[in-house]
Design a protein around this ligand. Structure first.
Ligand code: ZN
Ligand code: ZN
Length: 453
């Protein structure tokens, strides 16, 4: 059925899709891991460290002011293997290279990092496909992804060949680093290169269709609709607005991507991203305001901080193999201070969406109800979300989230267009200011400042 421009039908089909989702009993799992940011110089020149390590010791498993030592990366991948070996596939959403000055890096140095982590995933999960996408730090210089054949695309195609395993994807991969393949369970993975739309990327036209990715994506989703396939979209940078009030993508391209996501909400089951180094989700609504697609952001493995302190995390997703519907997330984390003190890495279950939020599945409708409760900054739901957003540091290390922070976090859950986000934040702050005229705050509030990478 042709749905373009047919808002009424789109509304009813997407609403029906999410209302009638049923669990068939054929349950599968996959891991999502992101933002390793491997620093091979950790403990030597420590090229990635901020502010001279914040005066902290260079712990065995990492330092909150630095990117990951190899031992942390290895322990995160081994933890995934020991927690759940019997998975269908893994998502790996980029930023494998450390944060460092351009003068300290080069293409060869980045290549070795990508090779090392690729090999680790291959040897740990030898029979499982890993669907990898590029992060903005994976190119040299960082952020600069060209919309044409590059050494990085060509080398990475060879590096990830056994996972992509479909020569029909070579042309688009070599041109822009994006591809689509089906999992052994028949779910279509669409791995995008959203760094092509990243504002610091000066190698693209900010109002065009770099590498023809939009045209390609539309074609893939149109074909998926005809074949009645279910699609998982994965990429490094999510569209929308971050809690700093910033859209990471060029406006034209952010808005175009969001339009496409809405238009094909009947085939897109879920979307998974990294980049923000925080545990977050979003809910995409269609023009009629109906929640249609869930969007998940996984926390990073690197503990490096640019804003709030956060621990390293890895994520296990439970889904229905027949429908693709996402049923739950089990989030695991490493308490970095404890691991450094004990000299061993004890990855623990942080929370599950079923037991923490009472969610029986991760449909857009259920997540949307959760966002409604989070509009109250004193709600248990928001307090819980914030604790996990920063991956459970100890209480004394956890940054507070003041009213501006709360409004930005909550509006970012549902608003993907900057103007809508700004309006939402202004309305929430006005309403909380009216409440403040009755209530004197008991505690000082600190300003949250996040810089994403
Ligand atoms: Zn990153
Ligand atoms: Zn990034």
């Amino acid at each position: 059925m042709h749905l373009l421009g047919m808002e009424g039908q789109l509304f009813s089909i997407c609403a029906l899709l999410f209302l009638t989702n049923c669990v068939t009993g054929d349950i599968g799992y996959f891991w999502h891991v992101t933002d390793f940011h491997y620093d091979p110089t950790y403990n030597r020149t420590s090229l990635s460290c901020q502010e001279s390590n914040g005066g902290n010791q260079m712990g065995r498993f990492g330092n909150m002011w630095c990117d990951s030592p190899w031992v942390l990366i290895e322990s995160s991948v081994k933890a995934m293997y020991s927690i759940k070996t019997d998975i269908d596939f893994l998502l790996w959403t980029g930023d494998t290279v450390l944060h460092a000055s351009v003068k300290d890096l080069n293409h060869q140095f980045n290549s070795v990092i990508l090779d090392n982590v690729t090999d680790l995933l291959k040897t740990t999960f030898p029979k499982k496909p890993v669907y990898a996408s590029f992060g903005n730090h994976d190119s040299y210089p960082s952020d600069q992804f060209k919309p044409k054949n590059t050494v990085l695309y060509n080398e990475s195609l060879a590096r990830w060949r056994s996972w992509i395993n479909d020569s029909s994807q070579d042309a688009n991969f070599r041109k822009g680093g994006f591809y689509s393949v089906k999992t052994p369970q028949n779910i279509r993975i669409v791995a995008l290169n959203t760094v092509l739309y990243y504002i610091p990327n000066k190698a693209v036209q900010s109002d065009g269709d770099p590498a023809g990715q939009f045209a390609w994506l539309t074609q893939i989703l149109e074909a998926a609709r005809k074949q009645k396939e279910r699609v998982i979209i994965t990429a490094h940078i999510a569209p929308g607005v971050t809690p700093t009030g910033k859209s990471e993508l060029y406006k034209h391209q952010n808005d175009r991507l969001v339009e496409i996501m809405k238009e094909y909400c009947d085939v897109i089951i879920a979307m998974h991203f990294g980049h923000e180094h925080a545990d977050a989700f979003k809910v995409l609504k269609n023009k009629a305001g109906v929640p249609v697609s869930p969007v998940f952001l996984a926390p990073s493995v690197t503990p490096i901080r640019f804003g709030p302190v956060h621990n390293p995390g890895i994520r296990l997703v439970k889904y229905d193999r027949s429908t693709g519907q996402h049923l739950g997330i089990s989030q695991y984390y490493l308490d970095l201070s404890k691991a450094n003190n004990a000299g061993r890495a004890d990855w623990k279950l942080e929370y599950t969406t079923a037991s923490t939020y009472g969610l029986q599945d991760l449909s857009a409708g259920k997540l949307s109800s959760l966002t409604d409760k989070m509009r109250d900054p004193d709600s248990l739901e928001f307090k819980t979300y914030w604790k996990y957003y920063v991956v459970s540091p100890s209480e004394e290390l956890t940054d507070a989230c003041n009213s501006t922070c709360h409004a930005s976090v909550v509006c970012g859950l549902t608003e993907f267009i900057k103007a809508d986000f700004d309006k939402c934040v202004a309305e929430m702050l006005t309403s909380s200011a009216m409440q403040l005229s009755y209530w004197v705050p008991l505690f000082g509030i600190s300003v949250m400042l996040l810089v994403f990478c």
